[in-house]
Design a protein around this ligand. Structure first.
Ligand code: SAH
Length: 245
């Protein structure tokens, strides 16, 4: 039984699943985490790679029970948990490669949680709504800046709705996040807080939202709006904010 509340749209089609796994370029010995394995279609393809360990994080306990019955592989660890809140340090591993056909209703939260654990996650490969992928890559939002500060985002391919059961209303996209190893910001909650405040009422000119001293220090014209800034401006502004505060 598929559950709408968990946004269960299963990927079908051996060819497409194989393609996604190839794009993730799993190397011998790698530790992989699959988010939302569902009925295990992608999981089975992942197990054909030379990965060392595969953690499955799935919120639906019925799905977990089903998976335990059909997947018998010593490399697999089943975890019944919510990936939007999951603490990846709990796995006691480093260098995790994340992959998943994400539940679209909480895809942004899962991406945010991925970034929160960036020190453990060099790569993530996610299926999301195409619109979400495009907005992350080319529009300014607190989340897109938050992700792009720490990861390069690459659009790998589009996937039509007919490859899913039931078909979602939208076209999907498979994206890659590659860690930039940017170490200058360590308090990610503070940085998120700064960005979400900055993006509140985003049509307003910056001079009406923040003290001009910060803008001056960061070399940003007062009349600009948050939508017009580039990644480097957000960083300068954040650093001047931290310094002058
Ligand atoms: N990977 C499978 C299923 C994808 S559908 C396939 O491609 O066939 C999304 C999956 O994520 C479902 O199994 C759903 O139960 C699970 N899910 C939904 N919300 C979740 C959450 N917060 N944390 C972990 N898994 C979740």
């Amino acid at each position: 039984m598929l559950k709408r509340r968990f946004a269960q749209h299963l990927l079908i089609g051996s060819g497409i699943l194989q393609k996604l796994v190839e794009l993730a370029k799993i190397q011998p010995g790698e530790i992989v985490v699959e988010i939302g394995p569902g009925t295990g279609n992608l999981t089975k393809k992942l197990l054909n790679t030379p990965l060392k360990k595969l953690y499955l994080i799935e919120i639906d306990s019925e799905m977990i029970e089903h998976l335990k019955k059909i997947i018998k592989d010593e490399r697999v660890v089943f975890i019944n948990a919510d990936a939007t809140k999951f603490d990846f340090s709990f796995l006691k591993e480093k260098n995790l490669k994340l992959i998943g056909n994400l539940p679209y209703n909480v895809a942004s939260l899962i991406i945010e949680n991925t970034v929160m654990h960036k020190d453990l996650i060099p790569y993530a490969f996610y299926m999301v709504q195409r619109e979400v992928a495009e907005r992350l890559i080319s529009e300014n939002s607190w989340l897109s800046i938050f992700v792009k500060t720490f990861y390069e985002i690459e659009y790998l391919m589009s996937i039509p709705a007919r490859f899913f059961i039931p078909p979602p209303k939208v076209i999907s996209a498979f994206i890659k996040l590659k860690n930039k190893n940017f170490k200058e910001i360590s308090d990610l909650k503070d940085y998120k807080n700064f960005l979400t405040k900055l993006f509140f009422q985003k049509r307003k000119m910056l001079k009406h939202k923040i003290d001009k001293a910060f803008l001056k220090e960061a070399n940003i014209p007062e009349e600009k709006r948050v939508e017009e800034l580039e990644l480097k401006d957000f960083l300068s502004l954040y650093f001047s904010f931290r310094r002058l505060k």
